[in-house]
Write a protein that binds this ligand. Sequence first.
Ligand code: 8YV
Length: 313
Amino acid sequence: MESIGVLMPIPMNGYLEQELDKRFNLLRLWKAPEKSGFISTHKNSIRAVVGNSKAGADAQLIEALPKLEIVSSFSVGLDKIDLAKCKEKGIRVTNTPDVLTDDVADLAIGLMLAVLRKLCESDRYVRGGKWKKGDFRLTSKFTGKSVGIIGLGRIGMATAKRAEAFNCPISYYSRTQKSEVNYKYYPSVVELASNCQILVVACALTEETRHIVNREVIDALGPKGVLINVGRGPHVDEPELVSALVEGRLGAAGLDVYEHEPEVPEKLFKLENVVLLPHVGSATVETRQAMADLVIGNLEAQFLNKPLLTPVV
Ligand code: 8YV
């Protein structure tokens, strides 16, 4: 398999690169001085693309690679891959579900605790030497707060289970009601937001879910409500979110993702009612290794004509 060209558009993970190097001809696009020249030089040997949440395979790249057989994504989210184009051309697509579910759900709970108990602000308080001048202000209780979840897939379910352990009543919005759970279902996101204290975004990014959290939803969540986003930045209308936080129309937010990563609206830096993370939901050593193993396992399966481990297309 050493002669099979595997294109990686941007750096992702040292272990993944090392293991791909051992098996394939890994082509690092970000190191090429001129990208389109690099692609046309290697287009007849590239049979796979490894994408992630930042760079995948758009229609232009797919069209430029006549021998492309598979896009194996180092992510569960597939919003950077033109799935319709892949289907049309018979190109297989795989992702990394399940292995990252626990980490992302853990982080969602971590953000709820960090926001409500002001963990980051109180850490800054101690480091800044302010404790000697007086105790830190009171915070808000997490246990028992009602949690509304947008998208009850793997990550949404894992978040719900964890929140249940904190005695939080759970409700959710999804396209269809799930018969296997007893959580309260709301057929609209506005209704869900009106009836919970913490709203969590945990669905996939598609054309239907882009800006699923808009001004109406933010206003329904209200000045005491907390928004947690562990999905994708474009799920939320970011200018609306920023103005609601600045004007006090939304209580607080815990964000792991942003509309134009790695750009984060500077107005948020001044606010104490937000906790800002740099898209680290799946970023543990253990999980990133498991994700890399899945990417490689899918590529090996493809080139050995075996069933793919986690096929999407
Ligand atoms: C990223 C993610 O892929 O799985 C996803 O959809 O967003 C993350 O796991 C991670 O940043 C790796 O690039």
